[in-house]
Design a protein around this ligand. Structure first.
Ligand SMILES: Cc1cn([C@H]2C[C@H](O)[C@@H](COP(=O)(O)OP(=O)(O)O[C@H]3O[C@H](CO)[C@@H](O)[C@H](O)[C@H]3O)O2)c(=O)[nH]c1=O
Ligand SMILES: C[C@@H](CO)CCNc1ncnc2nc[nH]c12
Length: 452
């Protein structure tokens, strides 16, 4: 740990698991560079302050009701949060600035800037009136962030004559069938929300991605050109700065001793992040697919994953008994530790960006089953661009799942995928080491924050 550099950074994550983890990871990275860290967060999905004794946490009210927090339309949720949090956030930040000014000289830690999730769109007017520099963190991959601003236009101009498998011209490597599914979610709030997000990004002092040149060759130059603000692709550095301490759920630690008993690279790990929901019938197909594959498996079923039920009640008793012979089902896994484990041979994933990056960092080949939003694009990167995974093409059927597991573990394609994943892992690993592209980007970010 470096000693304090006398500067303080204020962080403001969006309250969903997929956004809290990368923000806390950024906090750890900046703290290791001597910055002191204050996290302003909503009451809803508040991170566990006790897991981070080195940071200061300040809670603001968000006014969300129980029902509102459960809404399926995430854009609506974020729109509500932005409306309700503006005033409490402004008050909180203003107070912080005043109290930091009045500290005694030796305790003084000048507040150098605010770094907020790209999903907070009200921030420009707040920091402008308080004269505080502002950086944005995007938890998406660069190409999704860049191209998703065109979604309202793409929705208006859905092409009639294109084939399902065609690439979407303005949104590669997304395919037409992905775009159709992505747009299926009801999104009446999407257009104004995206507009505000883009404005908040363009008026910022820079945007940070937990990604690197090696994973975004084509989109980074275009992002620099379009957004016209400095771009810092500083990660992923999951191995040095684990994100798991940001977990909102209790991790089932019995996963690791269970994995210890399995053979090298024999287990398929299955998880779907924190937002996706599925039907009971879909979970049953997945369970049969896992069982019929004959491979040992570790399945994370989050409470609430299956719509209308609590946990895994939909799985018939008789199947449950068969599952227990070779598999383990938990509510929340210590995912990074699991992916690191020598027993893991593959990851059946919904392709949230954090999961994809964690899998690449640990060199675990994937089976892609995206459900919503940026997951469709992430899955194409994995299967079509880097070619380090198979794609289920949205077929949640036991036979498809069984055969994809078999070809990943035993087929020729699986062999080639493992080979490519090994190379990709090494490439990304080099990027965060001294003089790698992500390392240099982080140096530039630290310089910029210090110079505000
Ligand atoms: C299910 C499960 C998850 N996790 C951790 C792993 C990851 O760091 C994190 C989940 O992040 P993601 O894999 O990005 O998934 P998710 O929470 O759905 O993320 C949301 O936010 C992401 C970033 O904006 C998006 O890319 C996703 O599409 C979106 O759904 O939670 C665990 O540690 N244990 C678990 O059992
Ligand atoms: C505003 C963003 C950027 O950090 C939140 C991430 N996640 C998401 N944003 C919008 N719709 C979603 N549907 C699923 N996940 C979603």
């Amino acid at each position: 740990m470096e000693k304090s550099n006398g500067l303080q950074v204020i962080l403001f994550p969006l309250p969903i698991q997929g956004c809290i983890n990368p923000m806390l990871q950024l906090a750890k990275i900046l703290h290791s560079r001597g910055f002191s860290i204050t996290v302003i967060h909503t009451r809803f999905n508040a991170p566990k302050a006790s897991s981070h004794p080195l940071f200061t946490f300040l809670e603001i009210p968000d006014g969300l009701s129980e029902t509102e927090t459960r809404t399926d339309d995430k854009t609506f949720l974020f729109t509500l949060l932005n409306r309700r949090c503006e005033t409490p956030f402004r008050d909180c930040l203003a107070k912080l600035l005043v109290s930091s000014d009045s500290e005694t000289e030796e305790k003084k830690q000048r507040i150098s800037c605010l770094i907020h999730d790209s999903g907070w769109t009200f921030t420009p007017s707040v920091t402008k009136s308080l004269k505080l520099p502002r950086l944005v963190l995007s938890t998406y991959t660069v190409s999704f962030f860049l191209h998703h601003f065109a979604l309202p236009k793409l929705r208006r101009e859905v092409s009639q004559d294109s084939e399902q498998d065609d690439l979407v011209q303005d949104f590669p490597p997304l395919r037409e069938k992905d775009l159709v599914r992505l747009l299926e979610e009801k999104r009446e709030y999407l257009e104004p929300y995206l507009h505000m997000m883009l404005e908040a990004t363009k008026s910022s002092s820079g945007i940070i991605f937990m990604s690197c040149e090696e994973l975004n060759q084509d989109s980074l130059p275009k992002a620099r050109e379009d957004l016209k603000v400095p771009i810092f692709a500083i990660g992923p550095s999951y191995s040095n700065f684990p994100a798991s301490s940001g977990s909102l759920f209790t991790q089932d630690e019995t996963c690791i001793p269970w994995l210890d008993k399995q053979e090298d690279k024999s287990v398929i790990y299955v998880s779907f992040g924190s937002l996706v929901t599925m039907t009971g019938a879909e979970l049953i197909e997945i369970a049969y697919g896992l069982r019929n594959s004959g491979q040992p498996f570790l399945l994370a079923v989050r409470v609430g994953l299956v719509k209308g039920t609590e946990w895994i009640e939909v799985i018939p008793e008789e199947l449950k008994a068969k599952l227990d012979e070779k598999g383990k089902i938990v509510k929340w896994a210590p995912q990074q530790e699991v992916l690191k484990h020598r027993a893991i041979g593959g990851f059946l994933t919904h392709n949230g960006w954090n999961s994809v990056v964690e899998s690449v960092c640990e060199g675990v080949p994937m089976i892609c089953l995206p459900f919503i939003w940026d997951q469709f694009l992430n899955a194409r990167l994995v299967s079509d661009v880097w070619r380090v995974g198979l794609h289920l093409e949205h077929r949640i059927e036991r036979n498809e799942i069984e055969s994809s597991i078999r070809s990943l573990f035993f087929g020729n394609e699986g062999e080639a995928i493992r080979e490519r994943m090994k190379l990709l892992k090494e490439k990304v690993g080099r990027s965060v080491k001294e003089n790698g592209s992500a390392y240099r980007s982080l140096e530039r970010l630290v310089d910029q924050i210090s110079s505000f």
